[in-house]
Design a protein around this ligand. Structure first.
Ligand SMILES: [Ca+2]
Length: 498
């Protein structure tokens, strides 16, 4: 397929802005136009939090999309005041590829950074080698927003190197951090949750005083180093889990501590009187499994829904409270969205950006489509991590095609009635499968995606190498999918490197 890049035409851009302003005027008192034209933006991202990893129900028809063991009242408040995206995706099923994708508006496949953990050896295919650095030539959200006068800050996990946030558009930051930093912070500041919230309030107050709009990224370290959760919260969940002391307790506890941190930021916004001029976006960097009832299949390290469908909530000027959006959105849509809010000229957005602004969805009560250069959306994971080996997925309308790269076999699912991906329609709908498989080939070629290559030393008689973690996509009802990244490593002081 020829590469048809979306033209961010000034006409479309202006219409969307007018639309947002009109909506805002319709539902708020006057005098907010200026604030909406250059709103403040706080983007929060949790780490390894599954779609049902909070007490916020993420789909109106699926009570299983709410994690019944979790208690996240502040996220519930954010959802009640904002819009929930039922089909919000992380650009990758693992950490740093999602982070660089969000920063640049491009897919991990185009950026040639598709995995966080080290490659696994001894498989049928050899994983492509990655350069794990954000290139200085990339235009980040921070750089784009700074160029129009925004004050920018990044707190928490960076994990994409390139000399850290300071060299990539962020005025204030915590340095070139990774997972290892999370472990240093324990009760009373578990994984720096409350420190990050405090720095956020200070930065907001400073910007307010200087009359500058701000963009703040809160890349929460949680749920990493969950064993560092507040002792009191830990004790609460030990009781809730009948005296258990395992990982489930720690994850539930750090989830609640994280939510408390989110609440502190929301309270700071209110305290400073910035609620009506500030957008708050909350997502997770990758999925963490389907959870109880396997409402989603697979988990971290694979392109089943459990690996990439994540919590996704937006609150802010003109956003209808307690509303839902079912349109598919992805992390690399955030750069064009934030640029539109901040008034960055569309000409400044690189032509290779693959995302589209979600501003029209927010302005229209969740209705409509996102305009991207391509209709199809691809998730490319040419690596071993989950049980199914290297794989790619292509979404088009309600259909999702998965290609398993070890043998190139394909499966086809209709997500409109099979969110759990249980019924493979590839044989029943060969024309759709073929068309989408061709689109996938064309896309991967067009963006010069890295592919795994045959391993000349592969010996099928040898046992498969030990897994490094990741959701088991093969798990179906009755099986117990192991949830990724938390099983073998992640002990106190260890660095999961994912
Ligand atoms: Ca992660």
């Amino acid at each position: 397929m020829n590469s048809i890049r979306l033209q961010y035409s000034p006409a479309t851009f202006c219409t969307a802005i007018v639309c947002v302003c009109a909506t805002s005027f319709g539902s708020h008192v006057s005098g907010r136009l200026e604030a909406v034209e250059r709103p403040n933006i706080i983007f929060m991202m949790s780490d390894d939090q599954g779609w049902n990893g909070t007490s916020v129900q993420m789909h109106p028809d699926l009570k299983e999309s709410r994690g019944s063991v979790y208690h996240t009242p502040n996220l519930e408040r954010l959802a009640a005041e904002g819009m929930r995206f039922t089909a919000g995706y992380s650009p990758a099923p693992v950490c740093s590829p999602t982070r660089i994708s969000i920063q640049t508006g491009k897919s991990p496949a185009q950026l040639h950074w598709t995995k966080a953990a080290p490659p696994e050896e001894g498989h049928k295919l050899t994983e492509p080698r990655l350069i794990k650095q954000i290139a200085s030539s990339e235009k980040t959200i921070g750089e784009l927003l700074k160029s129009v006068g925004y004050a920018t800050a990044h707190y928490g996990k960076w994990h994409i190197s390139g000399n850290g946030p300071g060299a990539n558009g962020y005025d204030e930051h915590d340095g070139d951090t990774g997972n290892e930093n999370a472990f240093q912070f324990q009760d009373p500041n578990p994984v720096d949750i409350f420190g990050m919230a405090e720095r956020t309030e200070k930065f907001m107050a400073k910007c307010q005083k200087e009359g500058k709009p701000f963009y703040i990224q809160l890349s929460w370290n949680a749920l990493h180093a969950s064993e560092n959760a507040l002792k009191a919260t830990m004790a609460k969940y030990q009781t809730a889990f009948g005296g258990a002391t395992d990982k489930r307790v720690a994850v539930a506890a750090i989830t609640e501590d994280l939510d408390t941190g989110v609440g502190r930021v929301l309270d700071s916004i209110d305290k400073l009187g910035l609620r009506d001029s500030t957008y708050v976006i909350y997502i997770s960097d990758n999925g963490a499994g389907g959870g109880k009832g396997n409402v989603l299949r697979g988990g971290k390290g694979g392109v089943w829904e459990g690996g990439i469908r994540v919590p996704w909530i937006v609150r802010g000027p003109g956003v209808t409270p307690n509303s839902w959006c079912h349109t598919r959105v992805v992390g690399y849509d955030l750069l064009p969205t934030f640029c539109e809010w901040a008034g960055v000229s569309p000409k400044e957005i690189p032509a290779t950006v693959e995302g589209g602004s979600i501003v029209p969805l927010l302005a229209q009560g969740g209705k409509g489509e996102v305009q991207r250069p391509r209709r199809e959306m691809v998730f490319h994971f040419p690596h071993y991590q989950a049980s199914d080996g290297p794989q790619s997925a292509l979404y088009l309308g309600d259909l999702k095609l998965i290609r398993f790269l070890e043998d190139d076999h394909i499966e086809l699912y209709d997500l409109s009635n099979d969110l759990a991906e249980r019924t493979d329609l590839a044989a029943k709908r060969p024309d759709d499968a073929k068309r989408m498989n061709n689109l996938l080939t064309a896309y991967l070629k067009d963006i010069d995606a890295q592919m795994p290559t045959p391993n000349p030393n592969y010996d099928p008689s040898k046992p498969a190498p030990e897994r490094k973690g990741g959701g088991r996509g093969g798990a179906m009802n009755g099986d117990k999918p192991k949830q990724g990244g938390k099983n073998k490593k992640g002990g106190k002081g260890k660095m999961p490197n994912e």
